[in-house]
Write a protein that binds this ligand. Structure first.
Ligand SMILES: C[S@@+](CC[C@H](N)C(=O)[O-])C[C@H]1O[C@@H](n2cnc3c(N)ncnc32)[C@H](O)[C@@H]1O
Length: 211
């Protein structure tokens, strides 16, 4: 398999093209713009719980974690961030992706144990398969950032969303960039209340689900 290629998106931020899944990690209209819109504004800033515990499906480039860390510092909000990643990117790709020291420290952090990256941000990276993962605690916020249902249908099932529902505190929210009707109905069948919100550039809608 060819190594994953770095791609410059329309807002000047970088993403990766996955050869394994045949899909970009983020919107080519703007990776940072999309992550900020879907996960930070509709998620991290939409829940007032403090301290807050976040679960992410797919650490990938670390962009969602990095943006969350910046918000945690700005708001002085203690954040526990657990992320499940089956296929971590390699160190060459990380060095091409960013020269920011803090961003790199997220990638350099030891796997399988909580690491205090800043006084406000503790990261627990787990090299596991989301299909079988068990979670270390209950969460206030879930960033559901799998590849799309078209290329990874096994990630968007009733079973996965039901396990996430069980792992969430009452009133916790789950955000995702995918607004497909089948995903919305699956979330509703699991028991979530689901809203459609306006999407970032290049996307009409996103979903936010509340337990
Ligand atoms: C759309 S990308 C998003 C990555 C990340 N949130 C970011 O900001 O770059 C999906 C991620 O899920 C990971 N992934 C794919 N299948 C997985 C699985 N079964 N379990 C855990 N992670 C998986 C991929 O390797 C990839 O990093």
């Amino acid at each position: 398999m060819k190594p994953d290629a770095i791609f410059l998106t329309a807002d000047g931020s970088k993403t990766i093209y996955s050869e394994r899944f045949g899909e970009y990690y983020h919107s080519t209209h703007g990776a940072a713009n999309e992550s900020n819109h879907v996960f930070i504004e509709a998620g991290y800033l939409a829940t007032l719980v403090h301290p807050v515990s976040v679960l992410e499906t797919g650490f990938g480039t670390g962009l969602n974690a990095w943006l969350s860390l910046q918000q945690a510092s700005r708001l002085r909000r203690r954040t526990f961030y657990e992320t499940i990643e089956r296929y971590p990117i390699n160190s060459t790709t990380v060095s091409e992706l960013t020269d920011d020291t803090v961003f790199r420290s997220l990638h350099n952090a030891t796997w399988e144990e909580p690491v205090e990256i800043t006084p406000w941000f503790v990261l627990l990276k787990r090299n596991s398969d989301m299909l079988f993962a068990e979670f270390s605690r209950k969460f206030d916020l879930v960033y559901f950032d799998a590849f799309s249902p078209a290329v990874q249908p096994e990630m968007w099932t009733h079973d996965i969303f039901a396990r996430l529902y069980e792992a969430m505190n009452p009133n916790a929210i789950l955000t995702t960039y995918c607004a497909k009707g089948i995903v919305r109905r699956t979330l509703q069948n699991v028991g979530f209340g689901v809203e459609r919100l306006p999407g970032p550039t290049g996307k009409r809608e996103i979903l936010r689900a509340r337990k």
